[in-house]
Design a protein around this ligand. Structure first.
Ligand SMILES: Cc1cc2nc3c(=O)[nH]c(=O)nc-3n(C[C@H](O)[C@H](O)[C@H](O)COP(=O)(O)O)c2cc1C
Ligand code: SF4
Length: 435
């Protein structure tokens, strides 16, 4: 199939899937959901459920792309008491809106996914984690959960857990630690699937992954594979933002070239310079290089890029990659748990060095300084936070080496005058989360 045909062919192969009906006024209504999908098939055997997910090739949509069937099996097989399911609906990535969109528009698919995952791993507890500070939203989610219990759809009560709005709070071990009564910061021990909540084997999955699971359990693995690439089946939700005509959340087939995804979002709104893929642990690509790269973990890795949780931020030619990156790195340096050296000392120093290059420059010394600071944080933390920041800065410095040289020799560029493109949470929210 020619690349340009993929997008047009995709709807014929059954897209949208997760978002089918997402625009209906009744999308969150339980009876409407049951009329459309029927109840989740929780009476299927645990083995059969795990096997159909394994055969489907579903991979996690929370960032790392870990095979979901393998995770289900390892939790189901682990010793240590009945398992626990944790649905990650935190969406810590400031540029991403797909999980919130899914949870508000088709919440019952996510809740079906939680019920089915709990059945597969033999869980007796389930949690749905979201950010703190939106009482109406969490009350609405609790209502939905209560409604399902009263209608006897769910055997297990799903507890809605509210965590602080901090970048590292949504990492899986932070969720486990918080549910156990501790602070929402990463831990360094065994992985949750071995020892999670209350020391029990714990399945942590992104809410989009669970919604796919809910459809696979109903329609089967072959159905799932009719969309996407053979090595990366299915569809994924992408948040496409920046210099496009219609920023928003899109459901695209895995393997779609980035250029086609940008066209689906209305096409470039200005001449393009760069694409940041994967969010703020992601990587910059020059726009012309990004255009033909396919949206799978393997294809992105081969291109030196990161698919992550499905974020594409399109930067126009008039913007400054270094200034944009420096703002984000400052934000990320303030979002750590402050537990390890690279975060306490390294990230602020990296933010300083990049800030000097981006906003001052002209002294021919900042490039070296940035390089030194990257080496001092990369792979030295207890969690992936410093590595993610290092990868982001390294990609900016490599792909836009000419811009870095110009800044370092002659000072900042005109791009700094325009309004920043990369979104950050408002200051008051960040301060609130630190209390
Ligand atoms: C700093 C950090 C932040 C993360 N934030 C999220 C998040 O907001 N949502 C999410 O689903 N996964 C997030 N993850 C990944 C989770 O730790 C975990 O791998 C994921 O929820 C597993 O779900 P999946 O297998 O369905 O992808 C984050 C990881 C790191 C290192
Ligand atoms: S590396 Fe940073 S974010 Fe990760 S555990 Fe250590 S201090 Fe926390």
């Amino acid at each position: 199939m020619a690349e340009t045909d993929l997008l047009r062919a995709a709807p014929a192969a059954g897209l949208p899937r997760l978002l089918e009906g997402a625009w209906s006024d009744h999308s969150a209504d339980l009876q409407a959901h049951l009329r459309k999908y029927g109840p989740p098939p929780v009476d299927v055997s645990r083995q059969a459920l795990i096997e159909v997910v394994e055969r489907s090739g579903l991979s996690g949509r929370g960032g790392a792309g870990f095979p979901t069937g393998r995770k289900l099996r390892s939790v189901a097989d682990a010793a240590g008491g009945p398992a626990v399911v944790v649905a990650n609906g935190m969406e810590g990535e400031p540029a991403s809106s797909k999980d919130r969109f899914l949870l508000t528009r088709v919440p019952h698919l996510v809740l079906d996914g939680i019920a089915l995952a709990a059945r597969a791993v033999g869980a007796d507890r389930a949690y749905l984690c979201v950010h703190r500070g939106e009482p109406e939203y969490t009350a609405w989610l609790r209502d939905l959960v209560g409604h399902r219990r009263r209608a006897r759809i769910d055997r297990l009560e799903v507890e809605i857990v509210e965590l602080p709005r901090r970048y590292v709070a949504s990492e899986q071990s932070s969720l486990v630690r918080f549910i156990d009564g501790g602070p929402a910061v990463p831990t360094f021990g065994p992985r949750p699937h071995e020892r999670g909540v209350r020391g029990r084997p714990t399945l942590v999955n992104n809410v989009e992954t669970l919604a796919h699971l809910a459809l696979i359990a109903r329609h089967g693995d072959r159905w799932f594979r009719t969309v996407g690439a053979p090595h990366a089946p299915g569809s994924m939700l992408m948040t496409i933002t920046g210099a496009v005509h219609r920023p928003g959340v899109y459901e695209v087939p895995m393997g779609l070239p980035i250029g086609q995804a940008i066209l689906a979002a209305g096409g470039p709104a200005e001449r393009l310079k760069a694409v940041l893929s994967g969010g703020y642990f992601g990587t910059w690509m020059a726009a012309e290089v990004a255009w033909n790269v396919r949206l799978t973990h393997a294809d992105m890795r081969r291109a030196g890029a990161f698919l992550g949780a499905g974020v594409l931020i399109v930067l126009p030619d008039s913007a400054c990659v270094l200034g944009e990156t420096a703002r984000v790195v400052r934000y990320l340096s303030e979002e750590t748990a402050g537990q390890c050296g690279p975060c306490v000392f390294g990230l602020p120093a990296l933010a300083d060095a990049l800030g000097e290059l981006a906003f001052t420059g002209g002294r021919s010394r900042a490039i070296q300084q940035v390089g030194r600071q990257i080496d001092l944080v990369d792979q030295r933390g207890a969690c992936r936070h410093p590595d993610g920041v290092a990868a982001l800065v390294r990609s900016a410095m490599e792909v836009f080496a000419d811009d870095a040289y110009e800044h370092d020799r002659f000072g900042p560029c005109e791009g700094l005058r325009r309004r920043p493109v990369l979104p950050l949470p408002p200051l008051h929210e960040r301060e609130e989360a630190r209390k």
